[in-house]
Design a protein around this ligand. Structure first.
Ligand code: GDP
Ligand code: MG
Length: 197
C-alpha cells in the first residue's frame, strides 16, 4: 500500500471558543458527541488514517487547541508545518463567522505556508432554526479565498467524515506531486552531473 506516513500531515482546527472544534474531533475519532468537554481534559493531538481506492492511504495528524484561542494566544508551534487548516464557525453565532474573516484567516496567512489547504466549516447545522449565518455567505467567503466549504454538525455527525476525507484526498495529491517533483529534480541533477562520453 502506498502511503505518506513518513511525513507529518498536520491539520489544525481554529476558530472562536465554543464553535465546536473539540466536538468535531471527538466525533471524527470516537464517533461520539459529548455535550460538555473540559478543554484541559482532552487530547490536543490525534491521528486518523484515511484509505482511498488504488491502495493509497494517508494518516492525518489533527491538532486541537487547549482553549488558548479564547486569549488569542496560539503560538507558532501550533501553526508550524501545518498542511491544512479548518476554520470553524458556529452558524448560530454571527460573531464567530466575522472573526474567521477578520482574525483567524489572517493568522493562517501569517503563520502557515502559502499553499496550505484551507477549509471553512460551518458547524452546528442541526441548530438551523437559530441560524445567523447563511450557507451562501459562508460559501461565498470560502470561494473568495479558494477554500473548501462544508456545512457540518458534530452533534448529529453530519458532514464531518466527508470534510476530513476531502482534505486527506487533497493532501495525498499534494504529497504525491511533491514526491514526483523531487524525483524529477533528482533525475535532472543526476543528468547534469553525469559525464557524457
Ligand atoms: P470549542 O471551544 O470550539 O472546542 O467547542 P466545543 O467542542 O467545546 O463545543 C462547545 C459547545 O458547543 C459545547 O457545549 C458543545 O456541546 C456544543 N456543540 C459543539 N458542536 C455542536 C453541534 O454540532 N451542534 C450543537 N447543537 N452543539 C454543538
Ligand atoms: Mg476546544
Amino acid at each position: 500500500m502506498e502511503n505518506n506516513d513518513e511525513v507529518e500531515n498536520k491539520v489544525v482546527l481554529v476558530g472562536e471558543t465554543s464553535v465546536g472544534k473539540t466536538c468535531i474531533i471527538t466525533q471524527l475519532i470516537y464517533g461520539k458527541f459529548k455535550e460538555f468537554i473540559e478543554s484541559s481534559l482532552t487530547a490536543q493531538y490525534c491521528q486518523k488514517n484515511f484509505e482511498f481506492p488504488g491502495d493509497k492511504s494517508i494518516k492525518l495528524d489533527i491538532w486541537d487547541t487547549a482553549g488558548q484561542e479564547r486569549f488569542r494566544s496560539l503560538n507558532r508551534i501550533f501553526y508550524s508545518n501545518a498542511k491544512a487548516a479548518i476554520l470553524v464557525y458556529d452558524i448560530t453565532n454571527q460573531k464567530s463567522f466575522d472573526e474567521i474573516k477578520n482574525y483567524w484567516y489572517g493568522q493562517i496567512k501569517e503563520n502557515c505556508s502559502k499553499n496550505i489547504i484551507i477549509a471553512i466549516a460551518a458547524n452546528k447545522s442541526d441548530l438551523y432554526e437559530d441560524r445567523e449565518v447563511s450557507n451562501e455567505i459562508g460559501e461565498e467567503f470560502a470561494n473568495s479565498i479558494n477554500a473548501i466549504f462544508s456545512s457540518i454538525s458534530a452533534k448529529s455527525d453530519s458532514g464531518i467524515k466527508d470534510l476530513f476525507e476531502n482534505i486527506a484526498k487533497r493532501m495525498l495529491n499534494n504529497n504525491l506531486n511533491l514526491k514526483a517533483n523531487k524525483t524529477i529534480i533528482i533525475k535532472n541533477k543526476k543528468k547534469k552531473n553525469s559525464k557524457c562520453c
